[in-house]
Design a binder for this molecule. Structure first.
Ligand code: HEM
Length: 394
């Protein structure tokens, strides 16, 4: 049956997870987009969805493309990480998401605004007085690691591991390659921490993590899912924003005319951030299970197969965005897929935007030009960004 279906589907031997493809994915994405609305990847035995419409259709139809059977590209992880907000559907998902979202609504985030602005100013003052700095370690990491990790409320011991956990966890979302396997022990450490150390008594009073335990005590969520729900906070709240911020610095360094526009009119910052996220989506792809036979614009996806949903490719689909490889902060990039779409659309996006806006507001006041001196990309299964990005500023 599968063989018969696959005979009719476009297929490709291209491997989006090879080093070269990870470093420069755009041409490969374009080839897959041109090959069809869904393309069978022979190396991974999954369908690649790279066109904007295909990605959107899959993300919006949770009944046909559920998340509760895992959103990772390997079965081991799909078994390990179950039952959190990311990996649940329907009513169960709504229940968890309501609780996880509480501190992340625009009104709840107002309480963080002042601190975020203050810290953004402090970090930008510091790097500007240095003149030369790493946009990842010295700039982008500061807000997530200070403010966000404090708000999550983990005990002091363990917090310093959050960055490694976040990076390792996302590598485990990829196919079962070396990058995924070497990250598995980091993930086990994170799961152990969530189960055995991030417990009431160890958590900061009033923190987001403590609020999850309290919600369970009130019967709003089952107590056994609290540890995996905690991963909804400490998995995606750090590297995503760190990578997104450094990617934006890199884009502005490469496109000084666009930075001039921001400096002239800082009210463009929100749309500039959207455009940076569109161009260089920090999360390039997640997966979905196919729960019933599905017709994706004429390509039959059989029940029981899996799809890889490439947000990063959708964002560069010329069918949706004119001249998609051009960084143009004045375009309307609001429909981009960097935060996903549908019921699982990023619940932390207001926070990510808050942090990025605060930093770029400060940078627009102080920096005339960014010059890239050293760039080293992170070779990562899922995340796109830099390990090191040394820039000097005028
Ligand atoms: C630039 C920064 C960020 C990017 C690019 C990003 C990207 C994404 C994407 C693409 C999804 C959709 C997953 C899917 O389709 O299955 C998602 C979901 C999620 N994100 Fe973010 N994220 C960012 C920041 C954050 C932050 C700061 C937090 C937490 C404080 C967060 C927490 C979550 C959670 C809990 C989900 C799952 C939501 C659900 O399943 O209903 N994210 N994010």
């Amino acid at each position: 049956m599968l063989a018969e279906v696959l005979e009719k589907a476009p297929s490709s031997d291209y491997d989006p997870y090879e080093d070269e493809a990870l470093l420069a994915p755009w041409e490969g994405y374009r080839t897959l987009q041109d090959a069809g609305p869904a393309v069978w990847l022979t190396r991974h035995e999954m369908f690649a969805l790279t066109r904007y419409d295909s990605v959107k259709n899959a993300l919006q139809d949770w009944e046909a493309f559920p998340s509760s059977l895992g959103v990772m590209m390997n079965e081991e992880m799909n078994q390990v990480l179950r039952g959190n907000t990311l990996c649940s559907d329907g009513d169960a998902h709504d229940r968890l998401r309501r609780v996880v979202a509480r501190p992340l609504t625009p009104s709840a985030l107002k309480s963080l605004q002042e601190e975020v602005d203050r810290e953004a100013k402090a970090v930008v003052d510091r790097i500007c007085s240095q003149g030369r700095f790493c946009a990842v370690a010295d700039l982008a990491t500061h807000l997530p690691v200070t403010i966000v990790s404090r708000a999550v409320g983990l005990p002091e011991k363990g917090r310093e591991r959050m960055l490694d956990w976040s990076y390792g966890m996302f590598n485990c979302f990829g196919p079962a390659n070396d990058r995924m396997r070497t990250s598995l022990p980091v993930l086990s450490e994170m799961m152990d921490y969530a189960r055995n150390h991030a417990v009431i008594g160890n958590l900061k009073p009033g923190s987001w993590a403590e609020a999850l335990h309290e919600a369970a005590a009130r019967g709003e969520v089952p107590p056994e899912v609290v540890p995996v729900m905690m991963i909804d906070y400490f998995g995606p709240s750090l590297d995503t924003t760190i990578f997104g911020t450094a990617n934006a610095v890199w884009l502005f360094a490469k496109n000084p005319d666009q930075w001039d526009l921001v400096r002239e009119d800082p009210s463009l910052i929100p749309s500039a951030i959207n455009e940076a996220l569109r161009m260089e989506a920090p999360i390039q792809d997640f997966g979905r299970y196919v729960a019933r036979d599905y017709d994706m614009d004429g390509i039959r996806l059989p029940e029981g197969s899996r799809v890889i949903v490439f947000y990063g490719a959708a964002n560069r689909d010329p069918r949706r965005f004119a001249d998609p490889d051009r960084f143009d902060i004045r375009r309307n990039a609001t429909g981009h897929m960097a935060f996903g779409a549908g019921p699982h659309m990023c619940v932390g996006m207001n926070l990510a935007r808050l942090e990025m806006r605060a930093l770029f507001n400060q940078l627009a006041r102080r920096v005339k030009r960014f010059h890239v001196e050293v760039e080293e990309r992170a070779l990562h299964n899922i995340l796109r960004g830099f390990k090191r990005l040394v820039v000097s500023v005028e």
